[in-house]
Design a protein around this ligand. Structure first.
Ligand SMILES: NC(=O)c1ccc[n+]([C@@H]2O[C@H](COP(=O)([O-])OP(=O)(O)OC[C@H]3O[C@@H](n4cnc5c(N)ncnc54)[C@H](O)[C@@H]3O)[C@@H](O)[C@H]2O)c1
Ligand SMILES: O=C(O)C[C@H](O)C(=O)O
Length: 335
C-alpha cells in the first residue's frame, strides 16, 4: 500500500503555519514543521511544537487523520534529523518585509538562513522536491538550486500562482464573476515588473481583452504588480493566506501527480532558456508539475509588448542574481 507523502515545512510562521493548516485539513500528506525557539525576556518558547500540537487537535475535531509533528531547530542547523526522507520540503524560513522595504532588501539576511537549511535538506532529504517561498523568491530559488545541487526539476519557487490569484481576484471583482471561471497567468520575476499575460487570459473562454477596456486592464495589472506591497502597507507584514494557498496548490500537484500547469520560478537554461532569453537563473514561467517535480517547461506564446515586459522583468531579476552570486560565490556546491 502506498505510504502517504511527507511534507516538511521549514519556517512555521505566518505562511508556514497556514500551509500546514491547509494541508492538514485537506489530508493529502503528513506534515513535519521546523522552526527556531522564540525568546521573550528570560523565557524561551517553542511555538512550532505548540502549533503542531494544536493542529493535531484541530484534525481530531475534523474528518481527517493527517499526522502533524513540530520540531524545534537552531539557527545553526541542529535538530533537523526528523526531516529524514521527506518527499517535499517547503522553505518559508526568513524575514518578511515591512512597509517601505522591497523584497530585495531581505536578500542578505534570508540567503544566510537559507544556506544553513539547504545544507540540512541535502543531508536528510536528498531526494526531496524543494518549494521555496522565502523572499526575494526568484533569487532564493536560484540560491537553493545552487546550494542543494539538486536537479532543476526539483527546485521550485512559489510566486506566479500567488500573483495569478491576485490578478484573478481583481478581474473577478471588476466583472463580477467567479474567479473559478477566470484563466489568468502572471509570469516573470516576482516583483514590480511581473508580467500578466493578457493575450492568453480569458473569462469563461472569452478573451480578457474583449471584456475589459485597455485602461482599466492597465489599472488591474498595476494593482497585481503591487499586490504584495498593498498588503504589507495594510498589515505591517506581508500576506500569508493567499501565499499559503498558492503553496498548497503546488504541493497538491506534486503529491497527486496531477500534471497541472502552474506559473513557478524555475532555473532556466538550455533550450527553454533560449526561448525565454534566460541563461542560468530562476524566473517564473508556466511549468507542468507532477510527482517528479517540474515535468516540462511550457513555452508560452507572448505578444511583442508582453515580450518587452518579460525582458524588463528578466533584467530586474538578473541584477539581483548578480548580487546573490557574490554572496554565494564561496557556497556553491559542485553539481
Ligand atoms: N514567494 C512569495 O510569494 C511569498 C509570499 C509570502 C511571503 N513570502 C516570504 O516568506 C517568508 C516568510 O514570511 P512569513 O510571513 O511567514 O514570515 P514570519 O516571520 O511569520 O515567519 C518566518 C518564520 O521563519 C522562522 N525562521 C527564521 N529564521 C529561521 C531559521 N534560521 N531556521 C528556521 N526557521 C527560521 C521564524 O521563526 C518564523 O517563524 C518571508 O521571506 C516572506 O517575504 C514569500
Ligand atoms: O510582498 C511580500 O513581501 C510577500 C510576497 O512576496 C507577496 O507578494 O505577498
Amino acid at each position: 500500500m502506498a505510504m502517504r507523502k511527507v511534507v516538511s515545512i521549514v519556517g512555521a510562521g505566518n505562511v508556514g503555519e497556514h500551509v500546514a493548516s491547509l494541508i492538514a485539513t485537506k489530508g493529502f500528506a503528513d506534515i513535519r514543521l521546523f522552526d527556531i525557539p522564540r525568546k521573550d525576556g528570560d523565557k524561551v518558547f517553542e511555538p512550532v511544537k505548540g502549533k503542531a500540537l494544536d493542529m493535531k487537535q484541530m484534525v481530531a475535531a475534523m474528518d481527517v487523520d493527517t499526522k502533524i509533528d513540530g520540531f524545534t531547530v537552531t539557527p545553526e542547523g541542529e535538530g533537523y534529523e526528523p526531516m529524514v526522507d521527506s518527499d517535499i520540503v517547503v522553505i518559508t524560513a526568513g524575514f518578511p518585509r515591512r512597509p517601505g522595504m522591497s523584497r530585495e532588501d531581505l536578500l542578505e539576511a534570508n540567503i544566510r538562513i537559507l544556506s544553513t537549511i539547504i545544507a540540512r535538506v541535502r543531508q536528510y532529504a536528498p531526494n526531496s522536491i524543494l518549494i521555496i517561498v522565502t523572499n526575494p523568491v526568484d533569487i532564493m530559488t536560484y540560491a537553493a538550486f545552487k546550494l542543494s545541487g539538486f536537479p532543476a526539476s526539483r527546485v521550485i519557487g512559489m510566486a506566479g500562482v500567488l500573483d495569478s490569484a491576485r490578478f484573478k481576484t481583481f478581474i473577478a471583482e471588476e466583472l463580477r464573476v467567479s474567479p473559478k471561471d477566470i484563466h489568468a497567468y502572471v509570469i516573470g520575476g516576482h516583483g514590480d515588473e511581473m508580467v500578466p499575460l493578457i493575450s492568453i487570459s480569458n473569462v469563461g473562454g472569452i478573451p480578457l481583452k474583449d471584456l475589459i477596456p485597455k485602461d482599466k486592464l492597465s489599472e488591474l495589472i498595476e494593482r497585481t504588480r503591487f499586490g504584495g506591497g498593498e498588503i504589507v502597507n495594510l498589515m505591517g507584514t506581508s500576506a500569508y493566506y493567499a501565499p499559503a494557498a498558492a503553496v498548497v496548490d503546488m504541493v497538491e500537484a506534486l503529491v497527486t501527480n496531477s500534471r497541472r500547469i502552474l506559473p513557478c520560478s524555475v532555473y532556466l537554461d538550455g533550450e527553454a532558456g533560449e526561448y525565454y532569453g534566460v541563461k542560468g537563473f530562476c524566473v517564473g514561467v508556466p511549468v507542468k508539475l507532477g510527482a517528479n517535480g517540474v515535468e516540462e517547461i511550457i513555452k508560452v506564446p507572448m505578444l511583442e509588448e508582453e515580450r518587452q515586459m518579460w525582458n524588463r522583468s528578466v533584467e530586474s531579476v538578473k541584477r539581483s542574481i548578480e548580487i546573490a552570486e557574490v554572496m554565494l560565490g564561496e557556497k556553491s556546491t559542485s553539481k
